[in-house]
Design a protein around this ligand. Structure first.
Ligand code: NAD
Length: 487
């Protein structure tokens, strides 16, 4: 299995290599084999990318928004036309099941390019009337923006960051996660093919140090990171110390509340989507599943049988529903949390083991895992595990569950399953979370803002709001009369 790109980086419309950079091997998580060998960016490559972006941005910003948007929409069409090949690349890079990447990954990047490519022409400033004299505001780009991606949704992340940035007239230097460097390069090629001028979307590879160098570069006006809370704190501090704009999409430990009038099959389906999709490596996962007393046994019964039926295995087999975790470190981390859960006295209700899969003995697989008998204070109920580990907790009353759901440093997402819609709205209004779902879980259409409250982040991706985060306002006052001066 090989997926070697032409070179490690994509700068100014072409592939660039600098073999003096730290080795960056790309591992297929299902087998542990090396499928590509790249290099982290050297200072030289970083400077080339920033300079290419800086030089290309002013002319791009002067185009009409509708002209910029047309290129993005053309790139969206190419993404869709290449969906199968890109999904396969994403599966090789991440280990996620092909049945997911075929519908979720390049497709959601294409959605973002299409949405922002269309929306930007209607995203204008305001007009303020002073009875003769007036003022207006202009939405202006920030300049060179940096995107830093996580490994769970690599091409989606590259699309979600680059589309609003480029639509608004900025240039971007994007650093994918060191675990999943491949698909952002494919996106860069597609942008070029769609007619994006050279230098506007550059990809540089690397570990945290490359991200830090980009986030503190004096030419950079904005940093958008998707990653963990500890990384977010470091990057936000770097951005702050240079007075840069920043968007932080960080981790979570989100609550999913199932009231006793809920449709059990839908609630079980939502809980499974919100814990096991992408092998549990989703920031917004509802890993604290609160189930009301009266429905608890029925819910657990159906959850157990449906979870035991999940097909784990070869990610490239369209029948496979769950692939491996991203790498050994994540496998060790998730296994470690399963051991912690047992030590803390929670009941390992199902899963928790390492499946034996012929031909995939060196892959980073783990069974979908459910803990019951979980108490709110346990580490498995408080810390982000980022793997397929669900904790099921019981509750009795609405007030009680709201308080327990909010008792977390995180605030990314939350879900409520109930047939009582007044209650659903009442409860989500109280939940401290950036995104809430009523009777579903983990949908993130580009039309609605996505982001976190509390430690889960600052700013939002997607929707028109993201165009705001990639622009700055200029206020222009226009006098139509004489200047009344006391001098
Ligand atoms: P991570 O924090 O380890 O790394 C994220 C990115 O930051 C990587 O590209 C990494 O190289 C870079 N980085 C690391 N240290 C840096 C530094 N000091 N300066 C600049 N860049 C640095 O996260 P991860 O393990 O790749 O992803 C998992 C985490 O991301 C989880 O916490 C998950 O919840 C979160 N996540 C959040 C969202 C969201 O939209 N809120 C989406 C996906 C993942």
């Amino acid at each position: 299995m090989k997926a070697q790109p032409r070179a490690s980086h994509y700068v100014n419309g072409r592939y660039v290599e600098d073999e003096r950079g730290d080795p960056l091997p790309v591992i297929y998580p299902a087998t542990g084999e090396t499928i590509a060998k790249l290099h982290a960016a050297t200072d030289n490559v970083i400077e080339l990318a920033i300079e290419a972006a800086r030089a290309a941005q002013p002319a791009w910003a002067r185009l009409k928004p509708v002209e910029r948007g047309r290129i993005l929409r053309r790139a969206a069409d190419i993404l869709r036309a290449r969906n199968d090949a890109l999904a396969r690349l994403e599966t090789l890079d991440t280990g996620k099941a092909i049945q997911e990447t075929l519908v979720a990954d390049p497709a959601s990047a294409a959605d973002a390019l299409e949405f922002f490519g269309g929306a930007v022409a209607a995203f204008n400033g305001d007009y303020v009337d002073f009875g003769g004299s007036f003022a207006y505001t202009r939405r202006e780009p920030l300049g060179v923006c940096v995107g830093i991606g996580a490994w769970n949704y690599p091409i989606q992340g590259a699309g979600w960051k680059s589309a609003p940035a480029l639509a608004m007239g900025n240039a971007m230097v994007f650093k994918p996660s060191e675990n999943t460097p491949l698909s952002a390069l494919a996106l860069a090629e597609i942008y070029t093919e769609a007619g994006l001028p050279d230098g506007l979307f550059n990809v540089v590879q690397g570990y945290g140090a490359v991200g830090a160098a980009l986030a503190s570069h004096p030419v950079v006006a904005k940093v958008s990171l998707t990653g963990s809370v500890p990384t977010g704190k470091k990057v936000l501090a770097l951005a702050g110390s240079h007075m840069k704009h920043a968007t932080m999409e960080l981790g979570g430990k989100s609550p999913l509340i199932v009231f006793d009038d809920a449709d059990v099959e839908n609630a079980v389906g939502g809980a499974m989507l919100g814990n096991f999709y992408s092998t549990g490596q989703v920031c917004s996962n509802g890993t604290r599943v609160f189930v009301q007393d009266r429905i608890y046994d029925r819910f657990l019964d159906r959850l157990t049988s449906r979870t035991k039926a999940i097909r784990i295995g070869d990610p490239l087999d369209p029948e496979t529903q769950m692939g491996p975790l991203i790498n050994k470190a994540q496998h060790d981390k998730v296994s470690g949390y399963i051991a912690i859960g047992k030590q803390e006295g929670a009941t390992l209700h199902c899963g928790g083991g390492i499946p034996r899969l012929q031909g995939f003995e060196n892959g980073y697989f783990i069974e979908p895992t459910i803990f019951t008998g979980v108490e709110d204070g346990m580490r498995i109920a408080r810390e982000e595990i980022f793997g397929p580990v669900m904790t099921v907790l019981r509750f009795s009353a609405e007030d009680e569950v709201i308080e327990r759901a909010n008792d977390s440093e995180f605030g990314l997402s939350a879900g409520v399953f109930t047939r009582d819609l007044p209650r659903a709205h009442r409860v989500v209004a109280e939940l401290q979370a950036g995104t809430c779902w009523i009777n579903h879980y983990n949908l993130a259409p580009v039309e609605i803002p996505f982001g976190g409250a509390k430690q889960s982040g600052i700013g939002r991706e997607n929707s028109l709001v993201a165009l705001g985060h990639y622009s700055q306002l200029k206020s222009v006052y226009v006098e139509t009369g004489d200047v009344a001066s006391p001098y």
